[in-house]
Design a protein around this ligand. Structure first.
Ligand code: ARG
Length: 401
């Protein structure tokens, strides 16, 4: 569910005034060098970083450190079932981007590279739909200084409209954000799947709103392998889930803007986004079209509708040539990841309640065991202020009016 609560484990609020923590820097550099024996002299790097923190309050990561640090952050993301491929993360160094427009251009490029829709000459992008895990890292926060950020929680999200009669069109989780965008002058088409604009804020230039171009938003219309009527429901979903408002923390340095994406697992869309009662809430509609007996819960009409909705999601992405995995395959891969990590002498931090898929939990192998619960760094953190901005589309002061 979209409501905060027990699923959002508390995160010690980040103090953006504090200098880079030497202990964390040291721990990260030790791990980075231990896992990358070719990375040069550890004592020399430690001395350099110690001096830099003493002098400036922070330090600059090398391109290799930041690239490997981002991969480690993925490896430590306790809620992610898709971590087997953590080494394949494609890291784009955008630390030099300063203006909202530079940041916007880099975000568009991020989505094009991730979707395989990048058609620029000489680009190494693959086929359209061959989703690649990508992370773009922008400038780190400097102690006591304001930093650039994106308000949206994902680069691509559908608007939600509250109509005067109390009904809803689109994604109910986005109604507050959508209303704020409308107050800022944005106007959506009013369909259930209008892509929201991006809000980019920089210390020098304030807040700017941008529309994403079509090349950055690959989408898949949803059809069912057997039921022709399904296509007429007019459902669709975007191909690239790109988290935009989590802070990447590496070796005591915070990167408040470091959007990252993987590919979708079908249940994220079919068993949550389209099915949750506080999201698109489509199980009753699908059940009706399937002609199911909805007179009692014991007919399991919800469960049956859920399965058909999820079959449609997987079928549609496959026929559109857009990479997506199913929960059985992804669960098996996760346990393979746990095995490989143990072989490398590492524990895999994991949160059972997020790792177990939202349907058929016990039919997947990840259900039948416990996990190591730990907050290991590097990692990604959702700060309270970022969470509020994404929900409301308004800076905190506005919330207290
Ligand atoms: N569950 C979120 C969504 O449905 C996306 C989270 C990230 N998912 C991923 N496969 N990398 O939009």
């Amino acid at each position: 569910m979209g409501t905060p609560g027990y699923r959002d484990h508390p995160v010690a609020d980040w103090d953006s005034d504090a200098t880079a923590d030497w202990g964390e820097a040291e721990e990260f550099l030790h791990k980075y060098h231990a896992e990358n024996p070719g990375a040069g002299s550890l004592p020399a790097r430690l001395a350099e970083v110690y001096a830099e923190i003493s002098r400036t309050g922070t330090y600059e990561h090398t391109l290799d450190e930041i690239t490997y640090g981002a991969k480690m952050a993925w490896r430590n993301a306790s809620r992610c079932i898709g971590r087997l491929y953590w080494r394949s993360l494609h890291v784009l160094d955008r630390r030099a981007a300063r203006t909202p427009h530079e940041i916007y251009a880099a975000l568009v490029r991020h989505l094009e590279v991730a979707s395989g829709t990048d058609v620029r000459p000489g680009s190494r992008a693959g086929r359209q739909g061959a989703i690649r895990p990508v992370l773009s890292v922008f400038a780190p926060a400097k102690p006591g200084q304001p930093y650039a950020r994106v308000w949206n929680d994902q680069l691509i999200r559908y608007a939600g409209y509250r109509l005067p009669d109390g009904s809803l069109i689109g994604d109910p989780s986005q109604t507050e954000f959508t209303e704020s965008m409308e107050l800022l002058g944005w106007k959506g088409q009013g369909t259930p799947f209008d892509v929201l604009p991006l809000v980019i804020e920089t210390p020098q230039h304030g807040t700017h709103m941008y529309e994403l171009p079509g090349s950055a938003v690959l989408e898949v219309p949803l059809a069912h392998p057997e039921h022709d009527w399904f296509l007429e429901l007019g459902l669709r979903w975007y191909a690239v889930p790109a988290i935009a408002n989590q802070r990447l923390s590496i070796g005591g340095v915070s990167y408040p803007l470091a959007p990252f994406n993987g590919w979708y697992m079908g249940t994220e869309i079919g068993a949550r986004n389209l099915a949750d009662t506080d999201r698109y809430n489509l199980l009753p509609l699908v059940a009706q079209w399937l002609g199911l007996d909805m007179s009692s819960e014991t007919t399991l009409w919800r469960d049956r509708a859920l399965v058909e909705l999820n079959r449609a999601v997987l079928h549609s992405f496959a026929r559109a040539g857009v990479k997506m995995s199913d929960h059985h395959t992804e669960a098996a891969r996760f346990l393979e990841h746990v095995r490989r990590e143990q072989q490398a002498g590492r524990e895999v931090p994991a949160d059972w309640s997020w790792i177990v898929p939202p349907m058929s939990g016990a039919a997947t192998p990840v259900f039948h065991r416990y996990y190591h619960e730990a907050d290991q760094r590097p990692n990604f953190y959702l700060d309270e202020e970022a969470r509020l901005l994404a929900r409301s589309g308004r800076p905190r002061a506005g919330l207290h009016l």
